[in-house]
Design a protein around this ligand. Structure first.
Ligand SMILES: *[C@@H]1O[C@H](CO)[C@@H](O)[C@H](O)[C@H]1NC(C)=O
Length: 384
């Protein structure tokens, strides 16, 4: 008995379960780091990430563990012993690098740092010890102090507090990498970033600071100040005027600049040819209201070129068909009515409802009905 029932049920169960299974299957999850090229960070930054994570762990475990200890003094004692305990260190290490984007690099740094961390922990250090300097600079030797670079942590060249004149970075600053040369910010160049780059001019200078600002967009090869009058020369797309400096050339003044089915758009220093609207055959701007002439199949209605509508004839054909249907129905009612009055009246009523309904439908959809409401001027009716 049981087996028979389950035989019947099995296909049913399959029918129910199969879609259920398909619907609950999780889409495969991708590690986003697999899809986007993995961003790598240098050893010094990895060490920095690790130290941040370790400090978070210190913070997280700073309130101690409150398990057991009925009396307040007992709890206090437990808290004190936990503070520098192996247990707390393990608690911290368990949570390390979990929330970091660079958890892989962080973990490998944590492994390298483990012995030094344990040393530091065993020394019962003052919480204020700079853990970053202790681990990353002094022991792991992956970082350098600020404004120092390279294997030996050489000081960056130039003014120590402001390498590269404050307008760039000394390559490898703070790490054991780089060669200490300046990598200048945009607008600056020179060995110590103390010159303005081409297309920039010196806009401010005192003993401490120099500022370079970009030349006017129309300038080519430098300038004295920031306006179009200060250019050394003009870029292409600009013409030189003795009073006004570099002026934009309106390329669109040339009527033959673009092809016949395009219009011209001037921009500062350049121009663009854009296609006319498809309603146009030649145009002086965008859209069907800017045509010189209408394209084939379109005709002018006011400002616009509008597509010639073929469906107007079709709509007329449909209207004729509709009226013919009405006539057919009325004739059928006329034949039925004398034969059987009750049936005839019912059919007559239905035909009437059908016609009224169909006309109403046509009217609200804007087709021409028997009564075209738009032609009906109600105000006029009341006035006469
Ligand atoms: C220093 O390094 C940069 C880029 O890493 C390189 O372009 C430059 O030539 C190097 N300079 C010297 C003096 O080695």
């Amino acid at each position: 008995m049981m087996s028979e029932r389950s035989n019947v049920l099995n296909p049913l169960l399959v029918l129910i379960l199969v879609p259920a299974v398909f619907c609950t299957v999780q889409p495969p999850t991708f590690n986003p780091e697999m899809l986007t090229p993995m961003r790598t960070i240098g050893d010094c930054q990895a060490c920095r990430v690790f130290i941040e994570s370790f400090k978070e762990g210190l913070e997280r475990t700073s309130r101690g563990k409150y398990e057991g200890g009925d009396a307040a003094w007992e709890e206090e004692k437990l808290k004190k012993s936990y503070k520098r305990s192996e247990i707390r260190l393990v608690d911290i290490q368990e949570g390390l690098c979990k929330t970091s984007k660079f958890s892989f690099q962080c973990h490998s740094m944590a492994e390298k740092a483990e012995e030094f961390i344990e040393e530091w922990w065993a020394q019962d250090p003052d919480e204020s010890t700079d853990l970053y300097a202790y681990i990353c600079i002094d022991n792991l030797k992956v970082c350098c102090p600020e404004h120092h670079y390279g294997k030996e942590c050489t000081p960056c060249p130039g003014d120590h507090s402001k390498p590269c004149n404050g307008n760039g970075k000394c390559r490898g600053d703070g790490t054991r990498k780089g060669n200490g040369t300046c990598s200048c910010d945009a607008g600056y160049e020179g060995q110590f970033c103390d010159k303005c780059a081409v297309e920039y001019y010196l806009s401010y200078k005192d003993e401490n600071k120099m500022l370079c600002s970009p030349c006017h967009v129309s300038c080519l090869g430098g300038c004295r100040q920031g306006t179009q009058k200060d250019c050394v020369a003009c870029k292409t797309g600009f013409s030189f005027d003795t009073d006004e400096g570099c002026l934009d050339i309106n390329e669109c003044d040339d009527v033959d600049r673009c092809t016949r089915d395009q219009f011209c758009l001037n921009s500062i220093g350049s121009f663009k040819c854009a296609d006319c609207d498809r309603a146009c055959s030649g145009c002086y701007g965008d859209g069907p209201d800017s045509c010189r002439k209408c394209a084939k199949g379109y005709s002018k209605k006011g400002e616009f070129c509008i597509e010639d509508r073929e469906d107007e004839d079709q709509s007329e054909k449909l209207t004729t068909t509709r009226y013919l249907t009405y006539i057919g129905l009325i004739i059928a009612t006329g034949i039925l009515l004398p034969k059987s009055t009750p049936l005839g009246s019912i059919v007559g009523a239905m035909v009437l409802i059908y016609i009224v309904g169909a006309e109403y439908y046509c009217m609200i959809n804007g087709h021409t009905g028997l009564v075209n409401l738009k032609d009906f001027n109600l105000i006029q009716i009341f006035h006469t």
